[in-house]
Design a protein around this ligand. Structure first.
Ligand code: FPP
Length: 243
């Protein structure tokens, strides 16, 4: 996006991306599916940096769903290995990430993830906690329904303790116990790879999101594609149920 283009538009505050198509990208090239995930992780880094540079306030990347555990163990292990290298690299790139103001946050269930990954994500969250120019949500072991159940459990505990009256439970109460508590809902959700579904991604928060679908596979996705999605978003007329 050029400076001139940026001047004229109101950017989405929060963009969610379903990084899909890694497997097909690899298969098309006669490679192992894990090679597609590796290429996808590179694109994640580039898009993340670019989004921060153009002034997006929050990005959510769907990296591993609560359903992805059903994949062959070899593929799951390859994806976990990619998370480990990302976490190691984030340490090595701490100064660069800090200069960019990237604040990382895990949205997803810690329980069920390998302990070393959880530990390093906790450290990354802590170390980047006061850096916020752009929030980067990593949706790992994430499911939208699971997130709602998580919120409902917390609310039920409060009711049980007598701290909350059921009649006072509002949409804001549910939002305040989601992993994204305090963040704006996604304005724009991007899904490449020609699939037209949410696959359990931010199902509560996306009530009024704009969607952008494209046939491009995630490892081929470039900053120009992000620009295309943003410019398309800017041409939409959002009514939020009004006229
Ligand atoms: C979906 O494509 C992709 C995944 C389940 C994994 C995505 C993970 C990454 C891109 C790594 C990101 C890394 C970090 C550090 C956040 P698919 O395998 O379903 O593709 P297919 O539909 O073509 O089979």
């Amino acid at each position: 996006m050029t400076r001139e283009q940026l001047d004229g538009i109101t950017l989405p505050k929060h963009i969610g991306i379903i990084m899909d198509g890694n497997g097909r990208w690899a298969t098309k090239r006669g490679l192992e599916r894990s090679e597609g995930h590796k290429a996808g992780a590179e694109v994640f880094r580039k898009i993340c940096d670019y989004a921060a540079d153009i002034g997006i306030e929050c990005m959510t990347f769907y990296a591993f769903s609560t359903e992805n555990w059903r994949r062959p163990p070899k593929e799951v292990a390859a994806i976990m290995k990619i998370f480990r290298s990302f976490l190691k690299e984030a340490k090595d790139r701490e100064k660069e990430n800090e200069a960019r103001g990237l604040q990382f946050h895990l949205i997803g269930e810690r329980q069920g993830l390998p302990a070393d990954i959880v530990k390093n994500i906790d450290t990354l969250e802590k170390d980047s906690a006061d850096k916020k120019v752009m929030q980067v949500n990593l949706a790992i072991n994430y499911g939208g329904r699971d997130e709602i159940v998580h919120s409902v459990r917390k609310i039920a505990e409060k009711v049980k303790k007598g701290e909350l009256n059921p009649a006072d439970i509002s949409e804001d109460t549910v939002s305040s116990f989601l992993f994204t508590a305090g963040q704006p809902d996604p304005d724009l959700i991007i899904r490449p790879s020609g699939e037209y579904r949410l696959s359990n991604f931010m199902i509560w928060q996306s009530a009024y999101s704009e969607f952008w679908f494209d046939d491009i596979l995630w490892p081929d996705f470039t900053t120009d594609d992000l620009d295309r999605a943003i410019l398309d978003y800017c041409s939409r007329h959002r009514r939020f149920g009004g006229v």
